[in-house]
Design a protein around this ligand. Structure first.
Ligand code: PRP
Length: 179
């Protein structure tokens, strides 16, 4: 375990088993269709790659980078699009792949923005959800794990850009971010 971790919250085996299960649910949902699967950079990249490799549904891949406006670590307000989709999603089924939903502000605004482009459907799959932190009315269609309000890192999630490549989700030691 990385020495900056307090403990492992979700180990590699647990994550991989759950990702397989959710991929099978998505295969059922999209049977006979070809969704545009959207990776929200950067945090969701690891989950995205594992998820699509477990899905049998033919799909198109696309990438977006967004951030909520607002000071400090809390995200509020409108969405800033740093990188938009390459695909025209008019009439398409869109699956947004996220690593974590916290306040819900990012996905609330993102879903609204993508819905304005007249897709056939927009669904959200998230690796982690912290429902206790919610500010915006945002419920993902698929959640791998609901978690408590802990500072999590690894499997795509960072603290100041570190720890994204850990194969598990860990809880960061307070001493790391309070120093
Ligand atoms: C994280 C996460 C979501 C957002 C969730 O991204 O990937 O996009 O925050 O927070 P919210 O529900 O409070 O809006 P972050 O801005 O940390 O960027 P990153 O994925 O590049 O690390």
């Amino acid at each position: 375990m990385n020495s900056d971790c307090e403990r492992i919250l979700l180990d590699e085996k647990t994550i991989q088993a759950r990702v397989k299960e959710v991929a099978a649910q998505l295969d059922k949902l999209y049977e006979g269709r070809k969704p545009v699967v959207v990776c929200i950079l950067k945090g969701s990249v690891v989950f995205f790659v594992d998820l699509i490799r477990n899905m049998k549904t033919p799909c198109e891949l696309d990438f977006m980078a967004v951030s909520s406006y607002g000071a400090g670590t809390a995200s509020t307000g409108e969405l800033k699009v740093k990188k938009d989709l390459a695909a025209d999603i008019t009439g398409r089924d869109v699956l947004i792949v996220e690593d974590i939903i916290d306040s819900g502000n990012t996905l609330y605004h993102l879903k609204k923005m993508l819905n304005a482009r007249a897709p056939a459907s927009v669904n959200i799959v998230t690796l982690l959800d912290k429902p206790s932190r919610r500010q915006a009315p945002m419920e993902p269609e698929y959640t791998c794990f609901e978690i408590e309000d802990e500072f999590v890192i690894g499997y795509g999630l960072d603290y100041t850009e570190d720890y994204r490549n850990l194969p598990y989700v860990g809880i960061l030691k307070r001493s790391v971010y309070e120093k």
